[in-house]
Design a protein around this ligand. Structure first.
Ligand SMILES: Cc1cc2nc3c(=O)[nH]c(=O)nc-3n(C[C@H](O)[C@H](O)[C@H](O)COP(=O)(O)O)c2cc1C
Length: 197
């Protein structure tokens, strides 16, 4: 079950814009993070839901997608996510946002797995201007945007492949816009130390 969810949990960059995501659905996803681990149990993360037309219009152009695919504009027009969660570090709880990376990763994966279970999908977006986003949504000084999660009904094909011996892991697309994601093999991930006799 978990493996199936993980396999379906790809970074999607094309969505069915006719499928709206409600604020309640976003709240249910955020609720899942309450059960996740947090360094020193500080729970310093706060989430800003974006699913209204006007707010989506503001956020879409502030997101940057698929840096490795320079020849394509993604998402394609008409294929944008219908919601986002802006993950912020509350610096009143944790002064150093840099120290919250593990919390952010755990929370992001939790939310995206919840999205997949609910028939949706998403993409983590770390490539954006933090100050620009903070200003666009008039966040209070102590809320530092750290990661954006795009969420919607995926509408594109993503295929996992085994990375070859060259070690190249850059994702790519074919002429039909199918997205391929090379993953390293298990044997490459395991560290084996020769036992001395
Ligand atoms: C911390 C983090 C930040 C990311 N930022 C972006 C981003 O700004 N834009 C984007 O299109 N994808 C982004 N991604 C998605 C990665 O490109 C994606 O995880 C990788 O290509 C592997 O694909 P997969 O998630 O389907 O396994 C990010 C992923 C992570 C974990």
């Amino acid at each position: 079950m978990l493996k199936d969810l993980l396999i379906s949990n790809r970074s999607y960059r094309g969505y069915d814009e006719t499928v709206k995501v409600t604020e309640e659905a976003l709240e249910r996803l955020v609720d899942l993070t309450r059960y996740a681990a947090s360094g020193a149990n500080l729970q310093p993360l706060k989430y800003y839901p974006v699913c209204g037309k006007e707010q989506l219009r503001i956020l879409h152009p502030l997101t940057r997608w698929a840096k490795a695919l320079k020849d394509r504009k993604l998402p394609h027009d008409g294929k944008y996510p219908t919601a986002y969660l802006i993950v912020c570090v509350d610096t009143k709880i944790c002064k150093n946002p840099q120290a919250c990376g593990t919390d952010i990763g755990i929370a992001a994966q939790t939310i995206l797995l919840g999205a997949v279970e609910a028939g949706l999908g998403g993409c983590m977006l770390g490539n954006f201007d933090r100050e620009e986003v903070k200003k666009a949504f008039s966040f209070a000084e102590h809320l530092e945007p750290a990661l954006i999660l795009a969420i919607g009904r995926p509408d594109e094909k993503v295929v996992l492949t085994d990375a070859d011996e060259s070690g190249k892991t850059t994702y790519y697309r074919d002429e039909n816009d199918v997205h391929y994601v090379p993953k390293r093999r298990l044997s490459e991930l395991l560290i084996r130390v020769e036992e001395k006799s």
